[in-house]
Design a protein around this ligand. Sequence first.
Ligand code: CDT
Length: 325
Amino acid sequence: MSRRLTLAAAQLGPIQRAEGREVAVGRMVRLMETAHRRGAEVVVYPELALTTFFPRWYEEDLAAADYWFESAMPSDATAPLFAAARKFGIGFHLGFAERTPEGRRFNTAIYVHPSGEVVLKYRKVHLPGHAEYAPDRRVQHLEKRYFEVGDLGFPVVRAPVGGTEVNIGMLICNDRRWPEAWRVLGLQQVELVMLGYNTPSLNMENRGFEAHHLRVFHSHLSVQAGCYQNACFAAAVAKAGTEDGHELFGHSIIVNPQGEIMAQATSWHDELIVADCDLAMCALGRSTIFNFSAHRRPEAYERITAQVGSVVPPVWSPCGSGRDS
Ligand code: CDT
């Protein structure tokens, strides 16, 4: 029996600091309606989709940043999204700032079944940026201040997505640049990676020349390689455009297990892209080049988990004849 999935990625244009969540949620509901009209069974929204990318703003007192966090899901502001999912029979992925009842803060994503039940939760592991105000920086990136490192690992679950059971997993923004994260998902036979991001168009820190086009190239390179090497589909979905004077590059994509881009956003506004995914492609990759049980050599990968930073290699020096070693 063929296993197909109609997958939608709902890129969001900018959300300004002064805009309330109901504005963003209204836009997301309209995108969901479009997704439904176009036959999608699941819609993927960006990282921290409900507000501006607030880690660019410094708050001395952490409690003053609580405004940006959701302490319930659904909250009053997000309830219309859950209602729309029920109405359209569509599942959705949502990125948001989570504040737990114990007061812990995470950069979180969930996959919600059309019934409104949260099927899967992931908390971002690779937090970029810094924890303290950095006066030498032109733009702050305070994710390490506002969030703890995710404590859920990289979970994968098999769950109904539309009419099909799909192995779903998640990454959040900077995670996409780390092959270890993809591989942990691949080792659980992930078939669909849902991934939201907020990535600035420019590196404002000028620690060396970085051509502007490389920002998008590196994002796509990471997602395409992750899909190819782990035989999965991904929806990598951006917040795009100029948010409070800071430009985010958009370029949302849907990628197949061959690493090919199946659909790409072309605007820096709210935009829906849709792709028809044949999940049999995952089994093909997993049973050929990336047949892990046949070809992986974990005994040679010890450094991957034993070591964090890189080490300086030994220096080669000639030893006598240099011939017979
Ligand atoms: N949100 C997030 O993780 N953004 C980072 C910015 C790093 S600057 C290249 C990202 O990896 O896209």
